[in-house]
Write a protein that binds this ligand. Structure first.
Ligand code: ZN
Length: 223
């Protein structure tokens, strides 16, 4: 089965909080402060285009004890690329990230959540597991803070994989996704975490939550 991780089946009161598209100055640093204030930790799916430019920020993420995973060498959607290039990018991306962090990288989140069968094979062939998500904070869209908070709790359960962002990709990452939404990513994370705490849920990296249960996989292939 060409499955991707979508959640963790667990009785532990934990959610797997994940951030994509960093590191980014003004985003990652605020997110890190909000996580530290709440005593929370997370998984950061990073872009190598940004890791190379903002190595100091990545080092801060690692030093704070968060988990590092691969979002991509850049942000181009995998199904749009020749399959040989997908395999080469994922393999070289994993190797470069492990070299930079000195840690094993286990997870890959496909840009835009777009994964076709041949790129699923390339990702898993590189020794990585694709990770999708359940609830998200809608922090890549221009919506209100209140709507983002509501979305972050929609479909939430223990073991949920929550999608958020500490950056926004652009031409330097090989894509044109328009202007970045204007928001204080730290303030959003603080309020999301406060809402989860009211429900008795704490945020941890996917690798930690997975250690408290079993990965739930679903086939989520798109072209
Ligand atoms: Zn992304």
């Amino acid at each position: 089965m060409a499955g991707s991780v979508v959640a963790v089946r667990t009785g532990a009161p934990l959610v797997a909080l994940t951030f994509d598209d960093g590191p980014e100055p003004g985003g990652t640093d605020r997110v890190l402060a909000a996580l530290a204030d709440a005593g929370a930790s997370a998984t950061f799916f990073v872009l190598l285009t940004r890791v190379r430019r903002y190595r100091g920020l990545l080092d801060e993420v690692v030093a704070a004890g968060h988990e590092i995973a691969l979002h991509g060498v850049d942000h181009r959607a995998l199904p749009d690329l020749p399959v040989e290039e997908v395999a080469r990018l994922v393999r070289s991306g994993r190797a470069e990230l492990e070299d930079v962090t000195g840690r094993e990288v286990r997870w890959h989140r496909p840009p835009y959540g777009r994964l076709d069968l041949r790129s699923w094979r390339a990702v898993t062939g590189a020794g990585l597991l694709p990770v999708m998500w359940g609830p998200s904070t809608w922090d890549w869209k221009d919506v209100s803070h209140a709507e983002r908070l509501a979305r972050s709790r929609s479909g939430l359960h223990a073991g949920a994989v929550v999608l958020a962002h500490d950056g926004f990709p652009g031409p330097e990452d090989g894509v044109d996704d328009g202007p970045a939404p204007v928001l204080d990513r730290g303030a959003l994370v603080a309020d999301v975490l406060a809402g989860y705490a009211e429900l008795g849920l704490a945020a941890r990296p996917l690798g930690v939550v997975a250690g408290h249960g079993r990965l739930v996989r679903e086939v989520r292939l798109t072209g």
